[in-house]
Each structure stands twice: as structure tokens, then as C-alpha cells.
Design a protein around this ligand. Structure first.
Ligand code: ARG
Length: 494
């Protein structure tokens, strides 16, 4: 029996020496020690390895990989699967690797494929046999899932912090410009006078929903996958609750196949990130328009703009343009991952390694965009006289003329008609509603009285829209104080 096994292990009685020879002939330096090399006769082709390696992007999860491995080692010891002594060596060795990587003193090797094997190999080289026991009851499939969950949990909180910062700047700008009136638009046509603060606070509300969406992403990232093994669980008496407690996870995946193949939390992240970018892109578009000579509603800080190499007069709003442009990139990453996961059979497939680059790029893009946007908003100068002129020299108070007549009991449809005719007459004479005399008003309806002039002043139009969530001073003040309370409740001083 023993003999048979010996034969099997070596293939043929002489194979041990033969395969050793082959190994030394075909394995490149540095590749001889693959952690999964036992089954192989040849080393991986260099180009193939470069193609399949993920170290160049998954190395950013080194902290999480080490944290996860330390928790795993402690659990293995607590369950008497490895000795306490081995667990201590592993944890200390990993701690040393962590500080080496932090200090830039760690050579990442493409030959070792990914962050998991880079860390494990260096650990084993440093502490010997104990290092070889770390991967007991674990697969890279549940390991990479764990790392990514830990990483996303941390990053989502960072994104949320940046959302709060931008919201804080929006509220500050709203307060500072609390009385500034400008035209609200529909179809990009001047529609009704509104408070500029009201407009800014609309973006606050969007970001509030974004924040909540990232809470959802956090919840789905807060699931502990380790212990799923490669796909089916493990033969060892592990304690998944121990690891979950150690890493502060809210819950544990209840199905091992799901644990290693779930990327919903990344899809949700990309989806939340896409929606957030779409919001920033809309504000970008408005800022770009407002900066144009045609609008001249705001001016960005010199420090936030660039010039033209040819046209000396130019001051370009590059930042909002770039944020608008980068939105396409983030939405692209969402589409890409949806396509990658679509039709993937259970459980782990290498396709899933494609999740990371897009997610990491989306993360960097969202974080950077939020940070620069907070600066843009903080530095933006409001040209209140130009905004005022855009309201005065137009007909955005025409609804108020109609509402005035309705309040004197004329049915709205008739009032609308009267106001429309007044606007038509004004356009024909090149004047605005405020330029009409009371007699002229009366020609269109006897219901007009001298109080019409007050009723169509921009301040009156704004103040009158006092319905809940409307643009009145009172409603905007309420929005500002609710926004500040919300920020305070979320830990942001404002
Ligand atoms: N680098 C891999 C990834 O990101 C780790 C898991 C590899 N698992 C495997 N069976 N090859 O998905």
C-alpha cells in the first residue's frame, strides 16, 4: 500500500528525479515556488502570467488582505486547527509585512499573481512552516471576496464623508446667497423667479439620497464571506462567527456558493456611484452654462480654472467639464461589470477578477470629483446683479399675473389667457410687464388694481411660493435649517 502511494506520488519509480530535472529546466527564476505548483510540470508562460495576474491592481487591498488573514489565523488557533504558537508567528509576520508595505519596502511580484499569494509567500519565507498553515480551510475565492468586502466597507464611508463635505459647501453657499433671486428654468427657458439658494439646495437633496444609497452599499458589503472555501465550505471545524466578530461584520453569507460569487455589492456601488456622478454632471453642466458670457451668473475662482494656450482672454471651467466627462467613465464601469457577471455560472470564475479595476477607478473618480467639487462651490462668486437682470428683463412673473387674477376669482384658464395676451402685447412693444400702466393692465381685465405692481415684483413672486418645499424665503430657510440638522446628525460640523 505504502509502496503504491509512493509510486503514485512520483509517477514512475524514477520520475522524481526526472520531474525535478524538468522543473529546473523549464521554471524561470522566481516562478519555481508557485503556491499551487504541485500539480504542474511546467511553469506558467510569462505572457500568460502577466495576462492573468492581478497584483498590479489588487495590491491596493493589502491592508484588508492582512487584516483578514490575521483574523483567520486567530480563528484557526481558537478552533485548535493550528497551534497558538503558529497563529502568533503568523500574526506578527503579517504585521511586519504590513509595515513594510506601508513603508514602501515590499517588492510585489507579478509571478506571484495577486496580493494574496504575494503576502503569503513573503510570510512563509520569513516565518517558515507556520506560514504554510495560514491557508488551511481557506481558498483565494473566499479570501478575495473578504478583502473586497473589507475594502469597500472602508471606502464607502470615505465616499460618504466627501458627500457630506460637498453638502456642507452647498448649504454655506445657499446661506450666503439667501436673498439672491434668479430665473428658474424649464426647457432652459426662463420660467419663474426663484431663490438661487433653492436651486443649490436641490443638489443637497440629491446628495442626501446618494448618501442613503451608499448606506445600502455599506450594508451589502457588510457581509462576511470567509469560510465558504473555494465554493462548498470546508472540512475543518471553523468558526465563521469568530471571524465576523473579529472583523466587525454585521452578518455572514449563509450560502457558500453565493459568498464566493456575489458581486451585487459592487454592482450596487457602481450604480450608486453612477447616479451620484450624474448629479454632479448636471450641476457641472449648469456651472459651465452660468460661467459663460451668455449667462454670466457666476464666476469661478481663478485657482479653479485654466487658460487657453492660444486665446489670451479665456478662463475655462475645466473642473466641471471633466466631472461631466468622467461621469461617462463611471457609468461605463457599471455597464461593464453587469456584462461580466451576466450569465456567469456558479461559483467562482476568473471573470470575477474583472470586477476590481472598474470599481477602483470609479471609486477614485467619485472621490476626486466630490473633493474638487466642494472647492468649486466654495470658491464660486455669484453675480447677483446679472441674475437680477435676467429676472427683471423677462416674463418669468407671467404666472404671477395669472395667479393675481385667480385670487380675484377669475378661473385659472381665463387668467392664463389674459396674462398670455399681456405678454404678447409687451413683446410687440418691446417692454416688460412692470412697464405697463394700470390703465393698460385694465384694458385686458377690469380686475387689475394698483396692487398688481407689487404682485409682479420678483421678491413678491418668490415670497408667495410658500407651499411646502417651494422657493419662498420661509421655505428655503426651513430647508437650510433642516439641511444643517441633517449634517450635524451625520457628524459634520457646519
Ligand atoms: N486574483 C483573483 C481575483 O481577483 C483571486 C482569486 C483567484 N482564485 C482562483 N481560483 N484563481 O479574483
Amino acid at each position: 500500500m505504502n509502496n503504491k502511494i509512493n509510486q503514485l506520488q512520483s509517477g514512475t519509480p524514477n520520475a522524481a528525479t526526472n520531474s525535478e530535472q524538468r522543473e529546473s529546466e523549464s521554471r524561470q527564476p522566481g516562478q519555481a515556488s508557485r503556491l499551487w505548483g504541485g500539480r504542474f510540470e511546467k511553469s506558467t508562460d510569462e505572457m500568460i502570467n502577466e495576462f492573468q495576474a492581478s497584483i498590479n491592481f489588487d495590491k491596493r487591498m493589502y491592508r484588508e488582505d492582512i487584516e483578514g488573514s490575521q483574523a483567520h489565523a486567530k480563528m484557526l488557533a481558537a478552533q485548535k486547527i493550528i497551534s497558538d504558537d503558529d497563529a502568533e508567528k503568523i500574526c506578527a509576520g503579517l504585521q511586519k509585512i504590513l509595515s513594510d508595505i506601508d513603508a514602501g519596502k515590499f517588492d510585489f511580484s507579478v509571478a506571484l499573481e495577486d496580493i494574496h499569494m504575494n503576502v503569503e509567500k513573503v510570510l512563509t519565507d520569513a516565518i517558515g512552516e507556520a506560514g504554510g498553515r495560514l491557508h488551511t480551510a481557506r481558498s483565494r475565492n473566499d479570501q478575495v471576496a473578504l478583502d473586497t468586502h473589507l475594502y469597500m466597507r472602508r471606502q464607502v464611508r470615505e465616499v460618504q464623508r466627501l458627500i457630506l463635505n460637498l453638502q456642507t459647501e452647498l448649504v454655506k453657499a445657499a446661506e450666503k446667497n439667501r436673498d439672491v433671486i434668479f430665473p428658474g428654468y424649464t426647457h432652459l427657458q426662463r420660467a419663474q423667479p426663484i431663490l438661487f439658494a433653492h436651486h443649490l439646495l436641490a443638489y443637497f437633496s440629491m446628495l442626501q439620497r446618494d448618501f442613503a444609497r451608499f448606506d445600502g452599499v455599506y450594508q451589502r458589503a457588510d457581509l462576511m464571506p470567509l469560510g465558504a472555501g473555494a465554493l462548498a465550505g470546508t472540512t475543518f471545524p471553523i468558526d465563521r462567527n469568530f471571524v465576523a466578530r473579529e472583523l466587525n461584520f454585521g452578518a455572514i453569507y449563509s450560502n457558500s456558493l453565493d459568498a464566493v460569487s456575489d458581486r451585487d455589492y459592487l454592482l450596487e456601488f457602481l450604480s450608486a456611484a453612477s447616479i451620484l456622478m450624474v448629479h454632479l454632471s448636471r450641476l457641472s453642466e449648469e456651472i459651465i452654462l452660468w460661467c459663460s458670457r451668455e449667462f454670466s451668473f457666476i464666476e469661478l475662482d481663478d485657482a479653479h480654472c485654466t487658460g487657453s494656450s492660444m486665446m489670451p482672454q479665456k478662463k475655462n471651467p475645466d473642473v466641471p467639464e471633466l466631472v461631466r466627462g468622467k461621469t461617462g467613465r463611471v457609468v461605463g464601469h457599471l455597464t461593464a461589470l453587469l456584462m461580466t457577471v451576466k450569465a456567469l455560472p456558479l461559483a467562482y470564475n476568473k471573470d470575477l477578477q474583472e470586477d476590481k479595476e472598474g470599481v477602483f477607478d470609479a471609486l477614485d473618480t467619485v472621490k476626486f470629483s466630490l473633493a474638487v467639487f466642494a472647492q468649486i462651490v466654495a470658491g464660486m462668486k455669484v453675480r447677483r446683479e446679472n441674475m437680477r437682470r435676467a429676472v427683471e428683463e423677462d416674463f418669468s412673473n407671467a404666472t404671477d399675473v395669472a395667479d393675481y387674477l385667480v385670487k380675484k376669482n377669475l378661473p385659472f384658464r381665463q387668467a392664463h389667457e389674459v396674462s398670455g395676451k399681456l405678454v404678447h402685447a409687451c413683446i410687440a412693444h418691446g417692454i416688460y410687464l412692470k412697464d405697463l400702466t394700470l390703465e393698460e393692465f385694465k384694458e385686458f381685465s377690469p380686475l387689475f388694481d394698483v396692487d398688481i405692481f407689487d404682485a409682479i415684483k420678483p421678491e413678491t413672486c418668490v415670497a408667495a411660493r410658500n407651499s411646502l418645499g417651494g422657493t419662498s424665503y420661509e421655505q428655503v430657510d426651513a430647508q437650510i435649517s433642516a439641511a444643517k440638522d441633517w449634517l450635524t446628525n451625520h457628524g459634520n460640523d457646519n
